[in-house]
Ligand binder design. Sequence first.
Ligand SMILES: C[S@@+](CC[C@H](N)C(=O)[O-])C[C@H]1O[C@@H](n2cnc3c(N)ncnc32)[C@H](O)[C@@H]1O
Length: 341
Amino acid sequence: MGPLPPGTDDRAIWDIWESQFTLPCVTVADELGLFRAIGDQAMTTGELATALSVDERALGVLLGGLAALGMVEKRDTRWSATPPARMWLHPEAEGYWGGFLFRFRETIPIHADLIAMVRSGKRPENKVAGGPEWERGTMSAEVARRISDFMHAHSMGPARGAAMQPVFGEVDSLLDVGCGSGVYGIEFARANPHMAVTMLDLKEMVAEAQKHVDAAGLQDRVATCGLNMFEQDWPTGHDAHFFANIFHDWSEETNAILAAKSYKALEPGGRIFLHEILMDDDGCGPWTAASFSIMMLLGTLGKQYTLPEFRTMLEAAGFEDVRACRSGGGYYSLVSARKPG
Ligand SMILES: C[S@@+](CC[C@H](N)C(=O)[O-])C[C@H]1O[C@@H](n2cnc3c(N)ncnc32)[C@H](O)[C@@H]1O
């Protein structure tokens, strides 16, 4: 007996932590009157946002969660409540559960944050994901350590899954943009002995990553680079750029800036990789992506994207051959594209 080394299948722990968003999705929708509105007629996200006087972007993320839970469905562009929702969650239904769910509005803290977010479109002052800290472009050593510890645990399984993908056998030098604790860069170097890795992040964060590199004894092949990825030029000469859980922190407009900076710094033929949990193409789940998207809504300026959304962002920057495959035994996918040349 005793501890085991990490594998790539971390689905059990992901299912547990994401379960915190299940009930708040429903209590928030109930309080907003969503099940009555689209229990009576199908509406687009924009029409529903107007009817409920809520923020359209935040409502879109909530609807993705409710669809994954089987409470709403989308046909063409219009949402409607499903039969279970019309039976148990429509306020005029004989079997309406509102009287029961009502109590949990007060006892579940995420309810208050999520409903405030959906109503106002403004992120609550919570500290879940670290977004507010890194958006300032600087952070204290203590905050960097906390975010690094948080991301290290969360990314260990996905990093092992990504590092074993055969495509990285063709990459000799990799730039890991927004490296966090360095867990990805270290796993890439371990799994690919030919590869040199540069890990880029804000300077306070690369100080944390450097501690992990030193502990792993990989100083000869893994370097760190402290810079602001929006404000400074990126190092050049890498075969590929890798972004894990970066695009999901930002809006489409900000991601366009990152894609353009990557394109500029890569040589012709260079590759870009995104490691993300993808929403289905129709935005209606799966729950793992939809609930992660709720966390992004509450803690960052982004959300979980679909492959078509990533294709639009990457092709607009000039990349081609955008594709995705699942990586490892967890929920992550590896999106890849190439700079022509
Ligand atoms: C969600 S974490 C991802 C960390 C790591 N890639 C992972 O998946 O474990 C986002 C990372 O982006 C970094 N970041 C945010 N803004 C940045 C900026 N302007 N320049 C460089 N890095 C930045 C943060 O410091 C943080 O480490």
